[in-house]
Design a protein around this ligand. Structure first.
Ligand code: ZN
Length: 84
């Protein structure tokens, strides 16, 4: 399990290992921005669901070539409830 820390600036690309909120009108689609803790590649986790406690499903896989990071992930401080 990898827990992403919440970046304190919404709608900006977060640093590696952090997540940030997307715009309030689009979070049900895009969920959140995350930046891979291994290769720093940013992505939105639109293909995933997020539980009220921040747990993301299914298992996160970094799409960057040659990265290979894959783990269950959690968004610390998530407060937008269930999105899927
Ligand atoms: Zn990566």
């Amino acid at each position: 399990m990898f827990e992403f820390l919440r970046h304190d600036r919404d709608m900006l690309i977060p640093p590696a290992g952090y997540w940030s909120n997307v715009h309030p009108t689009t979070y049900k689609i895009f969920k959140a921005h995350v930046s891979c803790p291994r290769c720093c590649t940013p992505t939105t986790i639109n293909a995933y669901s997020v539980a009220p406690n921040g747990l993301v499903a299914p298992r996160f896989i970094c799409q960057a070539r040659q990265c290979g990071f894959s783990d269950m992930i959690k968004l610390q401080g998530w407060n937008r409830g269930l999105v899927k």
